[in-house]
Ligand binder design. Structure first.
Ligand SMILES: Nc1ncnc2c1ncn2[C@@H]1O[C@H](COP(=O)(O)OP(=O)(O)O)[C@@H](O)[C@H]1O
Ligand SMILES: [Mg+2]
Length: 250
């Protein structure tokens, strides 16, 4: 299975959460693989991808047959949204995916930035109906995944059609991989607003996702939890077992 890790923003704990999940799933006996399909702000090498790769190799030695460019197939220099930093080739991601996938039971895929970060302009053929969620099917030319219709309701496609945008967004990559989406919300001040906006958006797309709070410091319990508790938040540091089980669909 594939799990796509996103967050309310950059620097909110995607890599941190992914590292925790590598360890947790490995302890549970799963072979874990990692991918950071697009990393921007590259100086000498992709730092996030490297961090994830090194940790994953410790638990799953089979990954040693890969190299860092497989883990991070798209690398751009400019520290910006992928849309701005370069032109991401999804086929390159697909090739890397095909190498990694057979080596693991669970593939953890770290996104870049937050869920609505623009990935790149849609190509002409991706503007067609096929790009949209229809009959539970999501297609990118040359990369097709069947998405169980129970997870993505067709009603979402109407909204997407109305949206009429000509760029691909990060949250759509989770469907590209047919992945379960984990949304990490950092406990920094402002997170309630971020959480509600993210929730509103994902719910409007009928997305199936799990979210968890990443506690940076204990002030969360005083300044945020009194409001957020009504949503029964899972806490990354406290509820990792539960999070892992839910991601596995248990
Ligand atoms: N719960 C936490 N407590 C303290 N520091 C954290 C916590 N979560 C993340 N960090 C640190 O914050 C920075 C950003 O986290 P990171 O996982 O790299 O975010 P992202 O991958 O979303 O950009 C890193 O230096 C990381 O080590
Ligand atoms: Mg990161």
């Amino acid at each position: 299975m594939n799990i796509f890790i996103s967050a309310n923003n950059t620097n909110c704990g995607k890599t941190y959460a992914t590292l925790k999940l590598i360890k947790k799933f490995s302890q549970m006996g799963y072979k874990v693989g990692v991918m950071k399909p697009i990393e921007t702000g590259i100086d000498k090498y992709p730092v996030d991808g490297n961090t994830l790769f090194e940790e994953a190799k410790k638990h799953n030695p089979a990954l040693s047959s890969l190299n860092l460019n497989d883990i991070v197939p798209i690398q751009f220099k400019l520290p910006a949204a992928p849309y701005v930093a370069g032109t991401a080739d999804l086929k390159k991601i697909q090739s890397a995916y095909k190498k990694i996938k057979p080596l693991c039971d669970i593939l953890l895929i770290e996104g870049a930035g937050g869920i609505r970060v623009p990935v790149r302009r849609k190509k002409e053929e991706e503007k067609s109906e096929k790009w949209r969620v229809e009959s539970g099917e999501f297609q990118v030319p040359g990369f097709k995944f069947q998405v169980p219709s129970s997870r993505f309701q067709v009603s979402g496609s109407k909204r997407m059609e109305n949206e009429n945008r000509d760029w691909i967004e990060m949250w759509e990559l989770s469907k590209f991989f047919d992945a379960k989406l984990l949304l990490v919300i950092s406990s920094k001040l402002g997170m309630i607003n971020d959480f509600l906006l993210n929730k509103y958006f994902l719910d409007s797309k009928n997305m199936d996702y799990l979210w968890a709070v990443n506690i940076f410091d204990e002030s969360y319990f005083k300044i945020t939890h009194p409001f957020l508790k009504q949503f029964d938040p899972l806490i990354l540091q406290k509820d990792l077992d539960k999070i892992a089980k839910k991601l596995l669909g248990e």
